[in-house]
Design a protein around this ligand. Structure first.
Ligand code: GLA
Length: 384
């Protein structure tokens, strides 16, 4: 990323020297749709990030620019509300709203954004912007918020200004990432552990379907409701169960299957996925990356057949890798209905793999295939 260019453009636009904050996108090795069910996730921050240049103003106006989109937006703090026609300002304004809710007196500011986290690719481009914003404002306003508080504020911004009732994973991973480590996060207690991610000759390869089906956010919210429904039914005979984290397959069979087979399938996937992550975390400690890879395929099958958040493009890419020895594990990643697959691939065979998959995908789907080899980085930080 060209930070000098970002600073130069900021100075040209606003005649001020900015603070520059970087916040990364994320991958998730295993543990999908488990965060809002109080389960575990295993994400990591990656070397694709949002960069926010920012400086306070003397008045109460917020002036925003997205440099790569060449879009500009301004609003007075007293008129703050989610806006309808373009999405990116909402990720920043949603964070501003959280400061106000905390009773913190805000000043106006100028901000310019540059990001190389591809939009709609399931790599949390919005969480990266939210985390960069909360971190930058905390610094400028000297509010001394701790990282975990900022993670929650960034998540609330997504709920209230982007309308997606996301779990905590994306904002957590962006803010808390650690170079070469995945983070095992318990979304019930918010306890977490950094685990070295030793790839031993493998690389993380993301294959971008370049589709984002319009279903993504509405179906996401529907899945949340389906999981809540299952918990409600399980509670009828197991009052101590508070979330799918506390549920077992037996409980689901007993209390959910007879009421609604679809809700059962959703809940069954979540309970299995929470267990799978626990096993994967043991595999990780033993350095058994092949076992993790095999679990990634099982996760994909569950997401596709039971949770039904995949799509034909994602299924195609995962299926292509099943017959290829270069790939240890592959699955759709993130909320679903498009975006990327995450693949663990033998480094020296990546080029060959792309040569095979890219033309086949493009011909079958009539869509371009993009790909990124990513490394694991630190979370949100001030860079200048
Ligand atoms: C999106 C959400 C996350 C998480 C994933 C699915 O990325 O923002 O909170 O629920 O989907 O695992």
């Amino acid at each position: 990323m060209d930070i000098e260019k970002l600073k130069k453009q900021f100075v040209q636009l606003y005649q001020q020297e900015p603070l520059v904050v970087k916040s990364p996108g994320r991958v998730n090795i295993i543990g999908e749709h488990t965060d809002y069910n109080n389960g575990f996730v295993l994400p990591a921050a990656i070397d694709k990030a949002a960069y926010l240049a920012i400086a306070l103003r003397d008045d109460d106006e917020i002036h925003l620019s997205a440099l790569d989109l060449n879009e500009h937006f301004k609003i007075h703090i007293k008129d703050l509300k989610p806006i309808g026609d373009i999405s990116w300002p909402n990720f920043i304004l949603g964070v501003v709203a959280q400061f106000i809710k905390k009773g913190i007196t805000l000043k106006g500011f100028n901000a310019a954004l540059l990001s190389d986290v591809p939009i709609g690719a399931g790599l949390s481009s919005s969480a990266a912007i939210e985390c960069a914003t909360v971190f930058a404002l905390n610094e400028l306003l000297q509010t001394n918020l701790d990282r975990m508080t900022m993670v929650h504020m960034a998540q609330k911004a997504e709920h209230e200004y982007a309308g997606v009732m996301c779990g905590i994973m994306d904002q957590f991973a962006s803010m808390m990432g650690k170079k070469d480590h995945v983070i095992k996060l318990d979304c019930m207690t918010m306890e977490y552990e950094y685990k070295p991610f030793k790839l031993n000759g493998l690389k993380i390869l993301l294959l971008n379907t370049n589709v984002k089906h319009s279903l993504a956010s509405s179906e996401y919210n529907t899945r949340r409701l389906e999981c809540m429904k299952a918990v409600e039914w399980v509670k009828e005979s197991n009052p101590s169960v508070k979330s799918l984290r506390d549920a077992t397959i037996e409980m689901l069979k007993h209390n959910v299957l007879n009421k609604d087979a679809l809700v059962y399938r959703r809940a069954e996937f979540v309970v299995e996925e929470i267990n799978r992550l626990q096993q994967a975390s043991i595999n990780l400690e033993m350095g058994d990356i092949n076992a993790i890879g095999a679990k990634m395929y099982t996760t994909h099958d569950g997401l596709s057949q039971k949770y039904e958040v995949s799509c034909k493009e994602l299924d195609f890419l995962v299926n292509e890798t099943r017959k290829n020895d270069a790939v240890i594990g592959s699955r759709m990643m993130g909320g679903g209905f498009g975006g990327c697959t995450i693949n663990l691939v033998k480094e020296e065979e990546i080029e060959e793999l792309i040569k095979i998959i890219k033309p086949r995908y493009e011909e079958t789907m009539s869509l371009p295939l993009s790909f990124y080899v990513v490394t694991i980085t630190n979370g949100t930080e001030i860079i200048e």
